[in-house]
Ligand binder design. Structure first.
Ligand SMILES: [Zn+2]
Length: 200
């Protein structure tokens, strides 16, 4: 049976950013991205910077590749294939109607799970994410995508469907948390990654 680790959005409390010492050398994660619609270069750069800053404290280095250009010849300690559905980034399209129909929880991304193990297949739903920008059109898309993706990468590396109690690895967040301010993984969740790396 295949189920999904879903990243939901509900109201929640503010978070505290924590750090953990990095391992050396870093574990490499190949992130193979595929966009249904082309995303702005600046957005992608910003997303990658955010993922790097979030995962570096756990001793993880990400290598970004375009899925459609990959030859599959490189070796990484771990991999994740990420499909971005919908339009990622600012759009002239009105979004208020989408927001009104969203209800209390929105699934922003999901990663497949089989037999208790997290598989390397993630979907990031940009049309759902856009709902969060209805009231905050000036907020940075790239940073938000980076946070969402780093959350899914942690599921994959730690091979866990569980979530943390604080920080970015919580199961749900308020839009304010994800779009604004500083949000990092809590130390216990970075510890999940470092333990997984030691066991490889
Ligand atoms: Zn999750």
């Amino acid at each position: 049976m295949v189920v999904c680790v879903e990243y939901l959005m509900v109201a929640a409390a503010a978070q505290i950013a924590l750090a953990l010492s990095a391992l050396s050398p870093p574990a490499t994660v190949g992130v193979f991205v595929d966009f249904d619609h082309a995303a702005p270069r600046a957005l992608i750069d910003s997303m990658q910077r955010e993922v790097k800053s979030l995962l570096e404290p756990a001793g993880v280095a990400t290598a970004w590749r375009r899925l459609r250009e990959s030859q599959g010849a490189e070796k990484f300690d771990n991999v994740l294939v990420v499909r971005f559905t919908g339009v990622c980034g600012p759009s002239p399209r009105k979004v208020r109607d989408e927001l009104d129909s969203a209800g209390g929880e929105i699934t922003l991304a999901s990663t497949k799970v089989r037999s208790g193990h997290v598989l390397p297949w993630t979907v990031v739903r940009c049309d759902s994410i856009r709902q969060g920008f209805a009231a905050r059109p000036a907020s940075p898309w790239g940073r938000l995508l980076g946070r969402i993706l780093a959350h899914e990468i942690l599921h994959r590396i730690a091979d866990t469907t569980e979530h943390g109690h604080r920080g970015l690895f919580k199961a749900t967040h308020a839009w304010d948390e994800l779009l604004e301010g500083k949000l990092r993984f809590a130390a216990p969740d970075l510890g999940r990654v470092t333990r997984a790396i030691r066991l490889r």
